[in-house]
Write a protein that binds this ligand. Sequence first.
Ligand code: SF4
Ligand code: SF4
Length: 351
Amino acid sequence: MTNFAAKIKSLTQKLPNKCINIMEVCGTHTMAIASSGIKTILPKNISLLSGPGCPVCVTPTPIIDSAIELAKKGHIIVTFGDMLRVPGSSSSLEKEKSNGCDIKIVYSCLDTIEIAKKNPKKEVIFVGVGFETTSPTIAATVKIAKNENIKNFSVIPAFKVIPPAMKVILEQKKVRIDGFLLPGHVSTIIGSKPYKFITEKYRIPSVITGFEPSDVLEGISLILKQIISKNPRIEIQYKRVVKETGNPFAVKLLYSVFEETDSQWRGIGVIKDSGLKFRKEYEQFDALRKFKLKIKPAKESTKCLCGKILTGIAKPHQCGYFGKKCTPTNPIGPCMVSSEGTCAAYYKYGQ
Ligand code: SF4
Ligand code: SF4
């Protein structure tokens, strides 16, 4: 870690008057940076900004509201633990669970199949959040359900894909970004090619980075080298896990069940081709279609800055609620709920 810190220091001396904004796109990076105190050892002219890479944070309120609506009708709702406390318009899955709704937490979507088999008289609905890292497993689960003719299982599709969100950040021009630490896990699946537009069109140095503190520091030093050499490209620091071609098997599996669609991101709005919907052959597993759910406009707190935080425009302490009305035990926005949300990371590690 100290070697990389020294390298970063000597590289920044070649850029003395320039303030460098580097965005870590992924929530896991945000937490790794906060918990390891990386910001405290970086030169003052390097600023790290958080990006939109936590699926819990970007899941819009109407998805939570729809899951709550189905739970209140007596159906079984299955979800990842992080989703439980995310606020909907007027309640959360956690509150409804304590009110007696049947809401179950799983670590893998595959467990939903077992729950459906054990409860043949009930509808079992999985809240499908996640990026390219988790959605192939959900596609595999849907395939199993189809092969086994399981009729009481469905998924609320709220998946997101990362590259289109990065385009929005690059187009907004409200904050200058000089480099990206690209997500390690997502890239394991999609590889490095889908990010090519970042360097080809926008000329922003980008490095796919791992999650150890030394990975992050090496990622930053590689970005600085690209800035100095004026040679922006997509580099892979996390070579022990990520290949340029990604995991073509997982990508094929994913797109055999889902296809791209426009999708709403909490606090950001609708982003073209940034979500996944069921292909026709698998539509019977689409909970929105099965239960004729209408996604209504969301009621979101106007004072919560999550949208700005997820696009690098604001930092948590700029939000009037931060640490006062909004804390991890009483979150107002999703950035404080998720274990890898930016506000939660800043609150926990005091930045
Ligand atoms: S908080 Fe949960 S959902 Fe968000 S990035 Fe981390 S693991 Fe994924
Ligand atoms: S502190 Fe709370 S209300 Fe403010 S931006 Fe973060 S999550 Fe939203």
